[in-house]
Design a protein around this ligand. Structure first.
Ligand code: PLP
Length: 384
């Protein structure tokens, strides 16, 4: 049987992409904020319903550049239940991450534990919207105002999500979106920052282009993080099809939900009130289930179904941070990371495959079941 990956990139038709890149051949303008780049930036501002968007060559550099743009100092409060990128973006800017635990229900930062972590060295909060679940943005804003802290969201998972009708890009001082090939919306590799103050645009554009401000002037020590025209063209095509793709994801997610919602020992993420999801991931928590998360993962893998232990390990226990952080400080995050598995989810995933995956999780190894059906000898040994 054909292997099932945890995700599969959305693609426009070959013809649609070729038609989009034809202009690039004619103009010979391949990168450095060309027409496609400009077009995508304004289309995204429209789609995300937000005034300020700056594109980057990937989500990580978008985040790292944003942290740099705010000239932060000292400590940044964040969570370890995320991709390595979030923590690296803080550390690579010479700042110290301080890890706050997560909420047991939606896996975002537990705001009730946030205030005690604030010291005179704290300059910002960098929370993560996880799997499309949105952080408690109102409470975070209140705390940030009280202590004069910047808020930068890692919104890599939250493209197009709305909260009470408000686009998620409008919360905090800035939000980073990843347009990596595995994300709901992608530009092959790519990313963007959305932000409240429009004067940040100049700084971000300088940081992503060596700090160049004119033919003979380099103002700041920037890097290179520009999105090229072929990436932007892919984005323009994918954005045309995004609503349909999200609806197809929804159908897959709803089938999983229907199949798994009443299974004892399996916990599914509760839908958040007022949040319109993008169905980016389907996380399942194996809590007192007859199989452990690792056993389910191994069983699926044996049958060429590739689920993902996401997020595991926590970023505060990554090898590169050995002896620097104390993973014991975030017990809820530890608990979730040991038990969570994200199941394959992408727009083209056939419903029959969803059923097959769920059946395997519920009933165990199908080969064992076949033995049960066809061999009298094994019948007595197996307890189903
Ligand atoms: C994907 C991702 C990133 C990094 O984005 P890239 O575009 O791959 O650089 C950062 N944070 C989270 C939570 C992500 O899922």
């Amino acid at each position: 049987m054909k292997p099932i990956q945890v995700t599969q990139s959305s693609m426009p038709s070959f013809e649609e992409y070729v038609a989009e890149i034809k202009d690039i051949w004619e103009s010979r303008w391949l990168t450095n904020m060309g027409d496609k780049h400009k077009q995508l930036e304004s289309q995204l501002a429209h789609y995300l319903n937000t005034p300020n968007v700056t594109l980057f060559t990937n989500g990580h550099l978008a985040l790292e550049s944003t942290v740099a743009a705010f000239n932060l100092t000292g400590e940044v409060i964040t969570t370890p239940f995320t991709f390595a990128s979030t923590t690296h973006a803080i550390v690579r800017n010479g700042l110290t991450p301080v890890f706050c635990d997560i909420h047991a229900e939606d896996y975002t930062i537990d705001v009730s534990k946030l205030e005690p972590l604030i010291t005179e060295k704290t300059s910002a909060i960098l929370p993560v919207h996880v799997y499309g679940n949105i952080c408690n943005v109102r409470e975070i804003e209140t705390i940030a105002k009280k202590y004069h802290l910047k808020v930068i969201y890692d919104a890599a998972h939250a493209f197009g999500v709305t909260v009470d009708g408000e686009g998620v890009a409008n919360f905090g001082d800035a939000s980073m979106f990843s347009f990596h090939a595995t994300k709901v919306f992608h530009t092959i590799e790519g990313g963007a920052v959305t932000y409240r103050e429009s004067n940040l645009r100049k700084t971000l554009n300088e940081i992503k282009n060596f700090g160049i401000t004119g033919p003979e002037s380099v103002d700041i020590i920037g890097g290179n993080a520009k999105m090229n025209e072929f990436q932007a063209a892919m984005g323009i095509c994918n954005l045309r099809n995004i609503n349909r793709e999200i609806l197809r994801r929804k159908a897959v997610a709803e089938r999983y939900l229907e199949n798994l919602k009443d299974v004892k020992g399996i916990k599914l993420v509760q839908r958040q009130k007022g949040v319109k999801s993008n169905y980016a991931y389907f996380p399942v928590l194996f809590e007192d289930y007859k199989m452990s998360r690792d056993e389910v993962y191994a069983l699926l893998k044996e049958h060429h179904i590739h689920a993902r232990k996401y997020f595991y390990p926590l970023t505060n226990s990554l090898d590169c941070y050995q002896d620097r952080f104390e993973p014991g400080e975030t017990p809820v995050a530890n608990y979730i990371a040991e038990r969570v598995l994200t199941l394959p989810l992408y727009p083209d995933l056939p419903i029959e495959d969803v059923d097959r995956i769920c059946q395997m999780i519920i009933e165990g190894d199908p080969r064992e079941r076949d033995h049960f059906l066809f061999s009298d000898k094994r019948e007595n040994e197996l307890i189903l």
